[in-house]
Ligand binder design. Structure first.
Ligand SMILES: Cc1cc2nc3c(=O)[nH]c(=O)nc-3n(C[C@H](O)[C@H](O)[C@H](O)COP(=O)(O)OP(=O)(O)OC[C@H]3O[C@@H](n4cnc5c(N)ncnc54)[C@H](O)[C@@H]3O)c2cc1C
Length: 479
């Protein structure tokens, strides 16, 4: 979830695609096109940001694209719900992580995405009983935490500036847990948070505790519907006349030989293409519900098994009126023992131009945590809010509760690195198998976020060009 300057620039991918367009126009009659059509056709599986980015790039350079999506909507883990009158809530991604050198931010401006800095100037922290935690008391804990961090002189991986070495994290865990034995209370909560081994989240909770301030300053909340970006990119692709989108169509097998590639669907259809870009999430690859014939190589399967999916769910509650302190941008519940998670509750009214009495709670938890039933979750959150605001509480109007971990088309929220895995595993998953190309957040060296997913889509388009180019060259050589 941390912004990293991409290794491949948008311009570079455009240049490669332009090169392909040039090659195609110049040599079109000299080489045998595998599909024997005027334009190569590509199947993109999955209409998340990676699939849509690849689709837009390919169609704008003359490729036919068939976009196959299992759900009845586009967007994948970007899921904006419009409540009318320009009001939106987000059930999936909500932030742009950093705007400097972030190609996602630049492109979001083309599609009129409104972003507001996610500042930490006005916020409060509570414990699960609804007691506000004194910030001074907390700063003591933060100091202790900082001290622990500095005493470890943590080293950062050279290939990834945003993560600590697993060994460092282990040592940190041990030290904090030792503190737990001597000191109960908030430090115990902190220790529990840290024992939720989400390395991707590690920096996030540091900033929650105020250890890192710059990070929070560079997070931006999208307020007018993140899906505008995806719909905008898709509309552009549509306008080329080269795109067909099929929704509610689950791909369940990719059959590939050096000659042919076909995608089989659960409905029994078979689609042929010159290349396939597979953007199904890591969770789907791990579950094996999309088969490959011949199967994925051992090294790729090993890398898929090494990475894991983190669980991050949302409980979004709309009330009849605001009953909370409306000057707060958000409030944090340090540790929720029932959910084994920490909670970040955003006051949407603070950020949105359209005033909505809505609280959007993120549940940041470990990969083993399971979401409970809707009824349970609803009661859990309503009771928590009643404990925090016993005198002013107002009735609930409507609610949304996500379960990304059990959704068959995501099976988790985003990839993370458990102990013993690293960015090389992401790169291994990204390797093409002939003309079957892999994209999606989990294939990128800046994984877990929309930015990485977007760039992986562009890189996937480039890989299509490279693979087809190889075939063109071979065909030209043979003729
Ligand atoms: C609750 C939550 C909060 C998040 N917050 C942020 C945030 O604030 N900022 C951020 O940058 N990132 C955030 N993320 C992560 C971000 O949403 C993802 O990294 C990104 O959207 C992934 O895009 P993708 O294209 O790789 O995958 P997806 O968006 O998952 O797209 C894959 C698509 O494939 C489809 N599919 C799956 N299986 C099949 C099949 N067999 N056949 C056909 N189609 C199939 C799926 O339906 C889906 O549409 C969050 C994620 C969650 C869940």
């Amino acid at each position: 979830m941390i912004p990293v300057v991409p290794s491949i620039s948008h311009k570079m991918s455009k240049d490669l695609i332009n090169f392909y367009a040039y090659l195609k126009n110049k040599n079109h009659h000299a080489v045998k096109v595998p599909s024997q059509k005027d334009k190569p056709s590509i199947i993109v599986i999955g209409s998340g940001i990676s699939g849509i980015a690849a689709t837009k790039e390919l169609t704008s350079h003359g490729f036919n694209v068939l976009l196959i999506e299992a759900r009845d909507r586009i967007g994948g883990r970007v899921h904006s719900v419009e409540l009318g009158k320009g009001q939106f809530i987000e059930l999936g991604a909500q932030y742009i992580h950093g705007i400097k050198n972030n190609p996602l931010f630049n492109i979001s401006q083309n599609y009129q995405l409104e972003v507001k800095p996610y500042t930490r100037s006005d916020w409060a922290i509570y414990d699960i009983e609804g007691n506000e935690i004194d910030k001074n008391q907390l700063s003591e804990i933060v100091d202790e935490y900082k001290h622990l961090l500095s005493s470890l002189s943590l080293e950062r991986k050279s290939d990834n500036k945003d993560r600590f070495l697993v060994e460092d994290m282990k040592e940190l865990d041990t030290k904090i847990l030792r503190h737990k034995a001597t000191k109960e209370g908030d430090l115990y909560a902190l220790a529990k948070m840290i024992s939720i081994k989400e390395y991707n989240e590690e920096k996030l909770f540091q900033y929650k505790l105020g250890v890192i301030k710059k990070e929070s300053e560079s997070n931006y909340l999208v307020t007018n519907g993140y899906s505008k970006l995806l719909q905008g990119l898709l509309n552009d692709a549509m306008q080329t006349g080269l795109l067909k989108v099929v929704l509610s169509t689950q791909a369940n097998k990719i059959q590939h030989t050096s000659e042919n590639i076909s995608v089989h669907t659960k409905n029994g259809e078979v689609f042929q293409a010159d290349a396939v870009i597979c953007t199904v999430p890591l969770g789907v690859l791990k579950a094996g519900t999309l088969m490959f014939d011949p199967p994925l190589p051992k090294l790729k399967t090993k890398a898929i098994n090494k990475l894991n999916m983190a669980i991050h769910n949302k409980v979004v509650l709309e009330f009849e009126d605001v009953f909370w302190d409306n000057n707060l941008s958000h409030f944090v519940v340090l540790y929720d023992p029932t959910l084994n998670a920490w909670l970040d509750i955003i006051n949407l009214q603070f950020f949105h131009t359209q005033k909505m009495p809505i609280l959007s709670s993120s549940i940041y938890s470990g990969n083993n945590a399971k979401i409970n039933t809707d009824k349970y979750m609803l009661n859990h959150f309503v009771n928590l809010l009643k404990r925090i605001y016993p005198d002013t509480y107002r009735p609930l109007k409507q609610h949304w509760i996500t379960d990304w971990g059990n959704d068959p088309y995501s099976l988790g929220s985003y990839s993370y690195h458990p102990e013993g895995s690293g960015l090389d595993d992401n790169s291994e998953i990204a390797k093409p198998m002939g003309r079957v190309i892999f994209a999606g957040e989990h294939t990128h060296r800046s994984p877990s976020n929309i930015q990485g997913a977007y760039l992986s889509g562009l890189e996937g388009a480039v890989q299509v060009v490279e693979q087809l180019h190889n075939i063109y060259e071979m065909a030209a050589h043979d003729s």
